[in-house]
Design a binder for this molecule. Sequence first.
Ligand SMILES: [Zn+2]
Ligand SMILES: [Zn+2]
Length: 125
Amino acid sequence: MENPRYSKSKLLCSLPELIKMTDVTETFEEQFFTCSICTDVFQEPKLLPCQHSFCKKCIQPYIKSAVISENNKTGFLCPYCRCFVEAENPESPAETWVDRLPTNFNLVCMIEAFDGKRSQSNHLR
Ligand SMILES: [Zn+2]
Ligand SMILES: [Zn+2]
């Protein structure tokens, strides 16, 4: 008998399919929804132009210290890929730059969906 889960197309999946896959693997969920600074599930994820996301509470102090340590008041490096992120409002204090970064709403929705699923299964106990 052939298992449909191991079909050839399994590596070419779209995001909804990836979400379905997380039923099978917890590790994926952890990697995908975990901030690489606090290694916890994202809280108010902010999206950088390089497509990396970090919690607002994590990236805000990071930006501040990066500006001081690198003495560059025009932007900061992504903590993950070291890609330069230009500040939209370099004339303002570095702690306000985070407010100009877009919130990663896709991620917020997915985390909520997972949290819902998790609390549902808790209720079933
Ligand atoms: Zn974080
Ligand atoms: Zn990055």
